[in-house]
Design a protein around this ligand. Sequence first.
Ligand code: GN1
Ligand code: MG
Length: 366
Amino acid sequence: MDKKIESLCRQFGIEGDYLRYELVVNGHINTTYKVYFWRDNEEKDYILQRINTYVFKNPIAVMNNISSVTEYIRAKIKLGGISAKRYVLHYYKNVEDDNYYIIGDQGGFWRLCRYIDNSVTFNETDNLKVIEESGRAFGNFQLHLADYPVKDLHIAIPHFHNTVKRYETFKESIAKNESGRANLVKEEIAEYLKLEEISTKMYKMQRAGELPLRVTHNDTKCNNVLFDESSFENLAVIDLDTVMPGLVAFDFGDSIRFTANTCAEDETDLSKVKLDMNKYRAFTKGFIETVGKTLCQKEKETMALGAITMTVECGMRFLTDYIDGDKYFKVDHENHNLDRARCQLALAKDMINHLDEMQKIVEEYL
Ligand code: GN1
Ligand code: MG
């Protein structure tokens, strides 16, 4: 594997002595490696990724989105008179001037970016300062791209947060029952079907023109933010594969789903799964203090509902994949997608019980 990793980095013009690589285990979709080189008397680190082309059917379009969006952000940061080096991702180009490299016959679709020095990510954290900073990171991302021409973006995954369509797909999977597992999860299926009305409300509002489309990140887990390793100040937003037109409350909501859960996304002791109100408040403060002023009235009113929507949608996607036979998300064990689906269901129910309180906290920071 070392030889392959080194040679891929060379394709992107990386010079110096190859030292080693390690597998980065975050993320359910792509395969990620951190690669170490030695050059000019210091260590130089890179992130090499193989894009999952089952999920991203048009990876070139994804890479085009990423280069336009990162260039746009870089230019904005430079306007402020500072170097953008630690604040936005930089992808390398190969000799053909492409920011990707394809190895034929299923060898894969690869890309390489610079590792931002002295940065850390958090999968789970109880540190409320970090959570507030992650809110600011996604808020700033939103602000940097506020005037980006939404229509110029490619649709990386069609109907990604179209909850109406997600429900249709869910029902088709149940009817097909490819893995035979649908019979094992009748109770969970019934529970998710009960949540259809509440979780499709926002998509319908957007279709009716009541909620605007903005440039959104669409995968706003806390581990998609880089923080400075000593100050914990937020540096950059990463994992830009799903940057597309979307609803601002969905970026808010997906973060709450992941970051403000008392447990991990796949916790099996459901009695522990709750919305942590302190974490919720911390993220809300960071996010709303950053973007609040730019929101229209309907966006303001539906912010907390966005968290319920994203939690139900994500959980239903895990359950759909379980029924399909684990084709989409990487799994570590047999029932992993089911565990995730059950955990998201428990969390969504707890959020529904706290909807008014959640919305009040949004309003406090507006
Ligand atoms: C996937 O790869 P990762 O972990 O960033 C998924 C998200 C889900 C998330 C659930 C392209 O994100 O939509 O919310 O898992 N990404 C894609 O943890 O489907
Ligand atoms: Mg992702």
